[in-house]
Ligand binder design. Structure first.
Ligand code: SAJ
Length: 405
């Protein structure tokens, strides 16, 4: 069995390293962050992901996965490090540093030729946070080699645990496919968000309209919301805009529409309870049931609301209270809603959908609710006397009139 070294033990590197280890490979998992290594050493997970704890525990207990600060000699290396967005361009410095650390000394000392003597491939990860383990195994995946032989070698490696098809291509096409997939989703969410804005103007409930439209056999409108976040969908389309600014017009517009949604939400909040009203924002992460706040639209809403003069409190059971740099205090639900003028749902975590409405009604100062995900049981909230406004909802305007009256 080959020996493998995985650089980066984050959302992708940790599940990938563990999968290979459980499949029987000897895996060195490398992360320079001492907090990540300490968490794993004490049996804690540095990230939240369903079923991951069981997999990582099995990998560590088998002895096949060993966690280290630095890379060690191996037959194959997988680089799984971040590519954050800097001024709408990818910051590749982590990838470059990892590649330099591993490859440069080997190539300099040995005179080996990339593609001939050392195989290099790009195998972009396309798993969905929340379903990572299932999709790592079941999804079809890309092996993008810098030569056909490199693609074959990468496909052989991933064949250790992937059940989906492993499709061979070149490295650039592999990256184009990944970015196109995320752009496809971004543009489709933007369309749903644009429908929501239009529906508010014409007095139609967008949720009802989408539901009806989706009965058409070739239509699948996605869900409007407070914007698009996460480390990929909110980021990848900019790479296409950067590569061909003149051609990427629809893609740029979609990005702009999604990026403007937090502002739209804050305007709706202002209409329901003008600043300096106190407001409890439910949800900080970029989507439901994850702990990831990268590019989170909920965070943008919180920042804008604070700038507008709202007295903002945040609540998110998936986010650690130790997290620094939030724009407002992160509080348990009872403290977050106590004496507030307005409660706003930004992320449809199950914990919020199952809230004790009587408790919330008893704690708030004024019973006003904004639902940016159409995720709550509005009849139940209304029965407790809440005035409700829903993003893209017909009731939005009526609620505003009612509040003014
Ligand atoms: N969103 C909506 N409405 C929707 C769907 C999503 O507002 O109907 C928002 C979410 O709230 C979130 C954002 O879009 O803020 C992205 O969420 P997501 O669940 O669509 O996707 P991610 O970012 O968690 O994962 C995506 C996936 N890509 C595609 O589905 C094409 C995943 O397969 C990729 O591996 C991942 O990006 C990645 O890392 O590239």
């Amino acid at each position: 069995m080959p020996r493998l070294c995985v650089l980066g033990l984050g959302y992708i590197g940790l599940p990938t390293a563990s999968m290979f280890a459980v499949a029987g490979l000897s895996v060195i998992g490398v992360d320079p962050n001492p907090r990540v290594r300490a968490a794993l050493a004490s049996g804690q997970l540095p990230i939240e992901e369903p079923e991951l704890e069981t997999l990582v525990t099995a990998a560590l207990q088998s002895g096949h996965l060993q966690v280290r600060e630095r890379a060690e000699p191996a037959d194959a290396f997988i680089i799984a490090v971040p590519t954050p967005l800097e001024d709408q361009r990818a910051d590749l410095s982590y990838v470059e540093r990892a590649a330099r650390d591993i490859l440069a000394p080997i190539l300099a000392e040995s005179g080996l030729m990339p593609g001939r003597d050392v195989c290099i491939a790009h195998c972009p990860e396309r798993v969905l946070p929340g379903r990572i383990l299932l999709e790592l195994v079941e999804n079809d995946r890309l092996a993008g080699g810098i030569t056909p032989r490199c693609a074959d070698r990468a496909a052989d490696l991933y064949g250790a645990f992937v059940k989906g098809d492993i499709m061979r291509t070149d490295a650039t096409t592999a990256e184009m496919v990944k970015v196109m997939e995320n752009t496809f989703r971004d543009v489709n969410v933007a369309l749903a968000n644009e429908f929501a804005l239009i529906a508010e103007h014409v007095g139609v409930d967008v949720w009802e309209a989408i539901n009806l439209a989706n009965h058409h056999p070739r239509v699948n409108v996605l869900r409007p919301g407070p914007g698009v976040g996460g480390h990929c969908i909110a980021v990848d389309p900019w790479f296409l805009v950067d590569a061909a600014p003149q051609a990427a017009r629809l893609i740029r517009s979609a990005r702009e529409i999604n990026d403007q949604m937090p502002e739209h939400v804050v305007h709706a909040l202002e209409r329901l309870a003008p600043p300096p009203a106190s407001i409890a924002l439910l949800g900080v992460t970029y989507k439901a049931e994850v702990d990831d706040i990268r590019e989170s639209p909920a965070l943008h809403v919180a920042q804008l609301a604070a700038q507008c003069g709202f007295d903002v409190r945040l609540c998110d059971p998936h986010v650690s209270p130790e997290l620094a740099g939030l724009p407002a205090p992160l509080l348990p639900i009872e403290q977050a809603v106590r004496d507030v003028d307005l409660v706003a749902l930004l992320v449809d975590h199950r914990a919020f959908r199952e809230l004790d409405i009587d408790l919330i009604a008893a704690l708030v100062k004024r019973r006003r609710l904004y639902d940016a995900r159409a995720a709550l049981d509005h009849a139940a909230w209304r029965a407790r006397g809440f005035v409700i406004s829903v993003l893209g909802g017909r009731a939005a305007q009526a609620a505003v009139e009612h509040t003014r009256a």
